[in-house]
Structure formats: structure tokens, C-alpha cells
Design a protein around this ligand. Structure first.
Ligand SMILES: CCCCCCCCCCCC(=O)SCCNC(=O)CCNC(=O)[C@H](O)C(C)(C)COP(=O)(O)OP(=O)(O)OC[C@H]1O[C@@H](n2cnc3c(N)ncnc32)[C@H](O)[C@@H]1OP(=O)(O)O
Length: 220
């Protein structure tokens, strides 16, 4: 079985508003996209497998070898590619479900996502994965259109129906209103016409002193 989780047509959405010091145009090649697809394929194939002890030992050694190879290219967080490729599903961050954001306006965002067993609970999307998807699309909208940097204060998710695996789900977000530094957002996820989850969340605009990189104490 082909366990590759294919990225469909990449979207060309990168917003300088995100204040990302990474230059995406310098890494616009397809090779990194292929690497992310390969990592996702490993995650999916691993989840689907039932290895015998010899195979588990052998494959573990091969994967450690891959990790050593990648380790030679380690850079700081601002310089890594994963999570900064705005044109790729899930920004090229292999933990993130491969969410394709197709459109962002001042007040709405639309996307698509298909998850496999790697992101499954039991026969359906894991309940911790759904908020990851909402956080991604709602945060993207909250921080779009020239708005100052904001972080998630709360995100409440209602699970309305099991979200099926291996089929495309539609995800939408809406910017409801602003109240001082607070930005109120909603989200919804559909399988066809069926609402599988909805969310409401609050994003709060950061004060200057809150925009520090908390790990290194410098501006982000
Ligand atoms: C470069 C690549 C990027 C890559 C970008 C990748 C895209 C994905 C981004 C994902 C986004 C995230 O997950 S962000 C990560 C998850 N979130 C976080 O880590 C945030 C952690 N929390 C915080 O830092 C803080 O709590 C803040 C900044 C959110 C708020 O703190 P604050 O600034 O001190 O807020 P404070 O003055 O107390 O409150 C302001 C107003 O908001 C209200 N308020 C505050 N918190 C809440 C709350 N939980 N629920 C209700 N209301 C609240 C207060 O009552 C007040 O209302 P009033 O009195 O004014 O009426």
C-alpha cells in the first residue's frame, strides 16, 4: 500500500505580517517538500506496521542513521525550514497535520486537510489533533491583514461527529470581532455537509515585552 501522504497543490500564502525572520523565497525548491513528504510517509508507515523483533531492530538502526544524517544540518530555530515554509501544507512541520490553507481574507480563512492513521485516535481523527488544525488556521487568520502579533489565549473545541481518516475535510475560520487587544475567532470542520467539529478561540495581541523569544530572550 502506498503510505505516502501526498501534498496537493501548494498554496502561495506567506504574509510578512507574521514577522518571520526566515526568508521563504530562499528555500522555495521542491526538494524540501519531498523530504517532508518522506518524513510523513515514515510516520504513516510506522503507525500502520506490525513489525517482528528483527525488523524493528533493523529499521530502528536505519532511522537512527537518518537522524544522524539530518543532524549534520542542524541550525537554530529561526533558520530551520520546518514550520517556516508557508507555501507547504502544515508549513512543512511534520508534526502538524498537512493543512492546505487555500484562502485568507481579512475576516475568513479556508483550508483542507486529510489525515491518516498517524493522526488517528481509533478509526477517526485523534481528539488532540483537531485543536492543532484549528489553532493553525485560526492563528493564521488572527495574525493576518497587518494585525500585530497575537497568541492563543484559549481554544475551545466541540467534537460533533467522528472525523474520518483518509478523506479530505474542509476547515474554515472566521474573525468575529476585536475588543482592545482581544481578537475573537471561530472555526468549523466539515466532512462533506457534516459538521465534525467547531471551535471558538481568543487571540491576544502581544505587548512589546511579550514578543521576546522566550528561549533566547531576544525579539521575535
Ligand atoms: C515566526 C514563525 C511563526 C509561526 C506561526 C505558526 C502558526 C501557529 C501559531 C500557533 C499559535 C499558538 O499556538 S500560540 C501558543 C499558545 N499560546 C501561548 O503560548 C500563549 C500563552 N499565554 C500568554 O502568553 C498570555 O496569557 C497572553 C499573551 C495570551 C495574554 O497575557 P496578557 O497580555 O498578560 O493578558 P492580560 O493583560 O491578562 O489580558 C488581556 C485581556 O484578555 C483577557 N484574557 C487573557 N487570557 C484570557 C483567557 N485565557 N480567557 C479569557 N480571557 C482572557 C483578560 O481578561 C483581559 O481582558 P480585558 O480586561 O482587557 O477585558
Amino acid at each position: 500500500m502506498d503510505t505516502t501522504v501526498h501534498s496537493s497543490a501548494p498554496v502561495d500564502i506567506w504574509h510578512p505580517d507574521w514577522n518571520d525572520p526566515f526568508d521563504p523565497t530562499a528555500e522555495a525548491g521542491d526538494e524540501f517538500a519531498e523530504l517532508v513528504d518522506a518524513v510523513r510517509a515514515v510516520q504513516e508507515a510506522f503507525t500502520r506496521s506490525r513489525t517482528d523483533p528483527a525488523a524493528a531492530r533493523s529499521i530502528a538502526e536505519q532511522l537512527r542513521s537518518v537522524a544522524r544524517s539530518l543532524g549534520k544540518y542542524e541550525v537554530g530555530e529561526d533558520d530551520q525550514i520546518a514550520g517556516h515554509r508557508w507555501d507547504l501544507a502544515g508549513r512543512g512541520q511534520a508534526l502538524a497535520p498537512p493543512l492546505h490553507i487555500d484562502e485568507v481574507t481579512d475576516t475568513t480563512a479556508r483550508g483542507r486537510v486529510t489525515v491518516g492513521r498517524f493522526h488517528a485516535g481509533r478509526y477517526a481523527m485523534n481528539g488532540g489533533v483537531t485543536p492543532l488544525i484549528f489553532d493553525e488556521i485560526m492563528a493564521r487568520l488572527a495574525n493576518d491583514s497587518g494585525r500585530a502579533w497575537a497568541r492563543t489565549a484559549y481554544l475551545t473545541v466541540n467534537f460533533r461527529a467522528p472525523a474520518p481518516l483518509d478523506v479530505e475535510l474542509r476547515v474554515e475560520a472566521q474573525y468575529l470581532r476585536r475588543d482592545g487587544r482581544k481578537r475573537f475567532m471561530t472555526g468549523a470542520m466539515y466532512h462533506g455537509d457534516v459538521l465534525v467539529a467547531d471551535a471558538d478561540g481568543l487571540w491576544i495581541e502581544l505587548k512589546a515585552e511579550q514578543t521576546l523569544n522566550i528561549s533566547e530572550g531576544r525579539k521575535v
